[in-house]
Design a binder for this molecule. Sequence first.
Ligand code: C6P
Length: 402
Amino acid sequence: MNSFIRNQFPILHQNVNGKPLIYFDNAATSQKPLAVINAIKDYYEHYNSNIHRGAHHLAQIATEKYEDARKTIAQHINASEQEINFVRGTTEAVNLVAISYGRKFIKEGDEIIVSEMEHHSNIVPWQMLCEEKGATLRVIPITDSGEIIFEEYLKLLSEKTKIVSIAYISNALGTIHPVKEVISEAHKVGAVVFIDGAQALPHKKIDVKELDCDFLGFSGHKVFAGTGIGILYGKEILLEAMNPYMGGGEMIKTVSFAGTTYNDLPYKFEAGTPHIEGGISLGAAFTYINELGLDNISVYEDELLEYGTSRFFEVEGLRLVGTAKEKASVISFLVDDIHPYDLGVLLNEQGIAIRTGHHCCQPLMDRLKIEGTCRASFAFYNTKEEIDATVSALKRAVKILS
Ligand code: C6P
C-alpha cells in the first residue's frame, strides 16, 4: 500500500501497548484522512456560523460549503440535491422512514420484510412500527454460509408487502446481498425498498438510479467523515408524500397558530441547526474517495480479503463465520471454543484493534447458534504486513488461551 495514502491518516502512526497500531475495526468506524480533518478545522478556524439564516459573511460561507457538500454527495450517488437529507446516521435514516413514511402509509395487516442478518437498527424501528400499526414483520431466512435464501424471499412477497428493508453489505459477516434483484422483486408487488448502505458506501460505488432503491441510508463516520452525520436518500416523489419527521426551525415555510406550512425538500426533514461541520466533512470525504477511485479501493480491498482469509486459516482451530460467495473486506471468525472477547483483549495487548461480540446482530447470532464472533474489517489504508502481524499475534494468543 502506498505510504502516501497512509500518511493521509495521522491516527495510524502511533503505538498502542508498545506496538504499532493495527486498525482492523473499520466496519465500526473508519479513520479520517487529513482532507476531512482539515475541512472540520477550517470550518471552526475560519467560518464557524449558523447556516441558511444570517446575511453576514461567515454565514454565507458556511451555507455555501454545507450546500456544496450536499451537491457532492448527491453527485456521488447520482441523486438530486432535493433527495439528500442530512441525518445523524444510518440509525436515524431508518427511523425517519419508519416514522415519516410508515406512520402515514402502513396499516393493519400490512407486512414489512427484513433479513435474518440485519443490524438492530434495521430491525427495531420496523418492529416498533408494526406494533403501532398492527402490521407484521416477516424475515428472510439465511443459509449457514450467511446468504439470504432468495427463493424464501420470493415466497414472502405478496400484495401485503409494503416495505422491504435490507443491508447492502452485512456488518457482521461481510456478505454482499443481491440488492438489485431484491429491489426489483419487491417492486413487482408494489413495495418500497430501504437499503441500509452503512457498510456499502465505504467499499462500493452506489448509483441509486441504477439500483432503483426507494430509500438509502448511510453513516458518515464509516465512510471516512465525522461522527453524528449521515444521509437519507429518498426518491423525491416519496419524500414529498411523507410527513415531516421533526418539527422546528428550518423545516417550515410559515408558522402561525392557525397552522404551519412546511419547507421544500430537503429542508422539510432537517429541523433545527444541523451538524454543519459534519455535513462539510462528508462532502470532503467523498471528494477524497473519488480522487482515490472506488474501483481502485475495491480491487485492493478484495486482495486484502483474499490474502487475509488464506493467512487467517493458518491459525489452528480457526473457522470463518460467513463464507458467502460475494463478500466485502470483513473476516468474522472463531477459534475453537475460545471466547471472542478474550482473543480481542490479547490482540489489543499487541496493538491490534478488532471488534468482538454480536455486532448488534443478535438475531443473526441466534440463527448461527453462537454468542458472537471476532471481526477484522479492512479499509484501503490497511496492508498485508498488518495481516501478517495479526496472524502471528493470533497464534500467540491462541497458544495462551488454549
Ligand atoms: N455498525 C458495527 O460495528 P450508525 O450507528 O447509525 O452509524 O450505524 C448503524 C448501522 C446500521 N447498519 C449497519 C449494516 C451497520 O453496520 C451499522 C453500524 C457498526 O458493525 C456499529 S454496531
